[in-house]
Design a protein around this ligand. Structure first.
Ligand SMILES: [Zn+2]
Length: 464
């Protein structure tokens, strides 16, 4: 049978991973949160203690551990208070907007063209000095529009959405030099204000600060370092809670897999373990890591396995959709899913089947740390037990649990605690971490294998 030795090695590793040991790591992370204001968010002492815990456990088990530090900018803002001709208009700050204690000026619409506000001559004949400029979204980055308007003397910018949606997201960029407040309004409000401009007032509490954070990395001293099996999950929680399912669960499974595998196992391919910082504030740590690698470094990584929430209280059994068999939603462009990802998905589907669970797909929608890897052309996959979405009646028939309730009702809340983790889901999915790591550490070929090193396509991400 194909890959027989690899399957045996994988099953043996899986057999040595216990749910009690994983719960032990979760108890340690819960204690860390309890001792640090209930959070393990990046930029807080609870995060630093989490880094120390994981690094110490790895070192105690013989690993050489790195904790590379990176900087990132964090934007915090209150509600934007915008009035036009004395009437309130719903507005949201763009990320990294400047703040203002209160300003006023006439609303001046940018002339509507194909590249609204993207070049200084878009404003030919329009006086912007002291004005609040109203410009449509689209055609160039928000930061470009901001910079041009500010140079021409505008005191603030209102961006009108160009599609109908409840709330417009948007960022001026972590590294942008932003000198004026920038807020967004709906497409309908934008059209209304353009037709009847009037005097504007705007108030916005906003602050951008720089924080430092660390990733944790460790690699086996054995196996080929030119064909690395990489496995990781994010170590930080949200500010609001201790983050035990999200993502203590992934951390516990990856960490226990490292312990059971050991620092110098008899494997063909090196295994690199990663615990990412600052996922919850924009998937920062894993992207910074990818940006730190050159093309050869990227080619060394044969695949990346990601685990972010695997012990949800009302669990589903999802695999990342490596073969893209599930259509993306209307209007969404299909994600980049590198060759090899389909094989990873099959490995997990077969593993779950052996554990008595029928897998369903979860999309590579960019919501976790695999994103930097897939964008760089590295095949990826993983398991996921569900977040804030409701379990459907059909899914409750398939997996048990409660229909029409979230997979994790505690998602991003202070109730994401140790006692709410589902032990069965953690056992099955945690076992899947060990199984897949063990399998690919021995065999990257065959039906579920990865492209050979010389056939790997890799793209460097622009640093930022
Ligand atoms: Zn998460």
């Amino acid at each position: 049978m194909e890959n027989k030795a690899a399957r045996e090695f994988a099953s043996d590793l899986r057999g040595r991973l216990t749910v009690d040991a994983m719960m032990g790591h979760l108890a340690a992370l819960q204690q860390i949160a309890d001792a640090h204001d209930g959070t393990r968010a990046v930029g807080t002492p609870g995060y630093d203690a989490s880094v120390d815990y994981v690094a110490d456990v790895l070192r105690d088990n013989g690993f050489d551990v790195q904790t590379p530090e990176f900087q990132t900018r964090v934007f915090e803002a209150g509600d934007a208070i915008l009035t036009v001709s004395g009437a309130a208009v719903a507005a949201n700050p763009l990320n990294f907007s400047a703040g203002t204690p209160g300003l006023s000026g006439p609303l001046v619409p940018a002339p509507a063209d194909d590249t609204p506000g993207c070049a200084p001559d878009d404003y030919a004949g329009v006086a912007l000095e002291g004005a609040v400029v109203l410009v449509d979204r689209g055609s160039c980055p928000f930061q470009q529009k901001q910079s041009i308007a500010a140079k021409l003397g505008a005191v603030a910018m209102v961006v009108a959405n160009n599609v109908d949606e409840e709330k417009m997201g948007g960022t001026l960029g972590e590294d942008a030099e932003v000198t004026i407040p920038v807020v967004s309004v709906s497409k309908a409000d934008g059209a209304r204000l353009r037709a009847a401009p009037g005097p504007v007032t705007l108030k916005l509490d906003a602050k951008t600060s720089t924080i430092s954070a660390r990733n944790v990395l460790a690699q086996t001293s054995t196996g080929s370092a030119r064909n690395v099996v990489m496995v990781g999950g994010h170590l930080d929680s949200v500010r609001e809670g201790p983050g035990i399912n999200d993502n203590g669960s992934g951390v516990a499974a990856v960490l226990e897999t490292a312990i059971r595998l050991g620092h110098a196992p008899p494997v063909n391919h090196a295994v690199r373990f990663a615990f990412w910082g600052a996922e919850e504030i924009g998937i920062v740590g894993s992207r910074k890591y990818i940006e730190s690698l050159d093309v050869e470094g990227l080619k060394d990584i044969a695949l990346y396995l990601n685990f972010d929430m695997i012990g949800s209280p009302n669990p589903g059994y999802f695999t990342y959709d490596g073969n893209q068999s599930t259509a993306v939603g209307r209007g969404e462009s299909p994600p980049r899913v590198p060759e090899g990802s389909a094989g990873i998905e099959r490995t997990f589907v077969d593993y779950l089947e052996s554990a008595g669970k029928t897998a369903e797909d979860t999309s590579f929608d960019g919501r976790s740390d695999y994103d930097g890897f897939t964008m760089a052309g590295i095949p990826a996959g993983g398991l996921f037990s569900g977040a804030e979405e409701d379990k459907s009646p059909a899914q409750a028939d398939l997996w048990g649990g409660t229909a029409n309730e979230p997979f994790d009702p505690n998602y991003h809340k202070d109730t994401d605690t140790l006692d709410r983790v589902d032990r069965v889901a953690l056992d099955i999915n945690g076992g899947g971490v060990a199984y897949a790591v063990g399998f690919y550490a021995q065999d990257l070929g065959g039906r579920n294998g990865m492209p050979a090193r010389e056939d790997r396509t890799r793209h460097e991400l622009s640093g930022g």
